[in-house]
Design a protein around this ligand. Structure first.
Ligand SMILES: [Zn+2]
Length: 383
């Protein structure tokens, strides 16, 4: 994703004084002026009412806002900010009406063509704001289904992950800037959710032998984001009743969502979708200076390890892997690049430290007296 700049006006929301600023949009919005320097997360931007071509954007936490009149910049901002239209507002109403019509039509399409075909047609029509809301809900569902694994946010590793995310999305066609979260979990998996959310479970970092392998996995998920596969699979999983709940706006309370969360974990994408995500991954990793074939290596390793794990949330359930896929990845990747890889040795070390072993204090001792519940002992975690 390239940086886009424009000029605009900054308001601190307290004094009435407008200040001329330069706006720079990347994975964040930088606002720089004579005595202004802001670096806003795209998740905090909210569109406010303004007469076109003027666009006004408020910060979600506080009174500050910026204005500009640059159509291309506005388009880019809308494409990159999942929550831009999250709050109520004049333009939101029109959007909702249009979406209701589309969703109504979709129920009809579903009746005629069946859910899988209709979901392919509909996924691109879901407005970004609704998809973002859905992504938040599905994220919550999945975290619950996985027994609330803790977030890994160790600062140095997080910084490397953010830079890697930016490099792997730069110049690639993504509907939104991906938001990657990492959670401590013993299963090697990565999941793309609606709204550009990607969840990495920490064991996949443990299974990766170098930065290129992890970049391959991450970019593969971005490939699903680019194709809007998560939205499609959620629509397919939810079926007609889910579409109706979208129209009615009742997303959080519906039982449908449990099904949807489960589907996002265990339902596989089609072979074509996997191929397309692989091709995206190879292109993105190569473009960022890494070895595109590393994806095949880590997938093969997970495949071997997964044979002994018949659990419902393995990577392979959601991304069926075959020798044919591996061969195709390697042929797309071509020659191994001569460089040292996508991450420096130090960066890779930081990334591996993103999920440090939790300190095990006094809790271990009283547990000794706990009767054996018959389950096999928990395997020790590797880092
Ligand atoms: Zn996949």
């Amino acid at each position: 994703m390239e940086a886009i700049t424009t000029t605009g006006t900054f308001f601190d929301g307290i004094s009435a004084r407008p200040r001329s600023v330069t706006l720079r949009l990347t994975f964040r919005l930088d606002i720089v002026g004579e005595d202004v320097a802001r670096d806003w997360s795209l998740l905090d931007l909210r569109a406010a009412d303004a007469a076109a071509p003027l666009m006004r954007v408020n910060h979600a936490q506080g009174p500050e806002s910026v204005e500009f009149a640059d159509e291309a910049f506005a388009q880019a901002l809308m494409a990159r900010c999942p929550d831009l239209n999250r709050t109520e507002g004049g333009s939101g109403v029109t959007r909702l009406v249009l979406w209701s019509i589309a969703a109504g039509l979709s129920v009809l399409l579903t009746a005629i063509y069946g859910v899988p075909a209709a979901s392919g047609l509909l996924a691109p029509l879901v407005p970004q704001a609704i998809e973002a809301q859905l992504g938040r809900s599905v994220d919550g569902q999945i975290v619950t289904l996985l027994d609330d694994p803790p977030l890994c946010n160790e600062a140095a590793g997080r910084a490397v992950l953010d830079r890697l995310t930016a490099r792997l999305s730069e110049g690639m066609a993504l509907p939104v800037a991906p938001q990657v979260s990492v959670r401590r979990h013993k299963i090697a998996n990565a999941l793309a959710l609606p709204g550009g959310r990607v969840i990495l479970l920490s064991d996949i970092i443990a299974k990766a032998r170098n930065g290129d392998e992890l970049a391959g996995i991450l970019a593969h998920e971005f490939g699903h984001v680019a194709a809007r596969d998560p939205m499609r699979s959620v629509i397919t999983a939810g079926g007609t009743s889910f579409l109706l709940s979208l129209v009615l706006g009742d997303l959080t309370g519906s039982t449908v969502l449990v099904t949807v969360g489960q589907a996002a974990i265990s339902a596989g994408y089609s072979r074509d979708a996997e191929r397309a995500a692989d091709a995206y991954a190879v292109a993105a990793v190569k473009r960022a200076g890494g070895d595109g074939a590393a994806l095949a290596a880590i997938l093969e390793r997970i495949t071997d390890a997964d044979d002994e794990k018949p659990d419902g949330i393995s990577f392979l359930r959601s991304h069926p892997f075959t020798a044919e896929r591996a061969a195709r990845i390697r042929s797309l990747a071509g020659e191994k690049p001569t460089g040292s890889g996508i991450l420096s040795e130090a960066e890779w070390k930081s990334l591996q430290g993103l999920c440090p072993e939790p300190a095990k204090p006094e809790k271990a001792k009283p547990e000794k007296t706990r009767p054996n519940d018959g389950k096999s002992p928990t395997p020790t975690e590797k880092l």
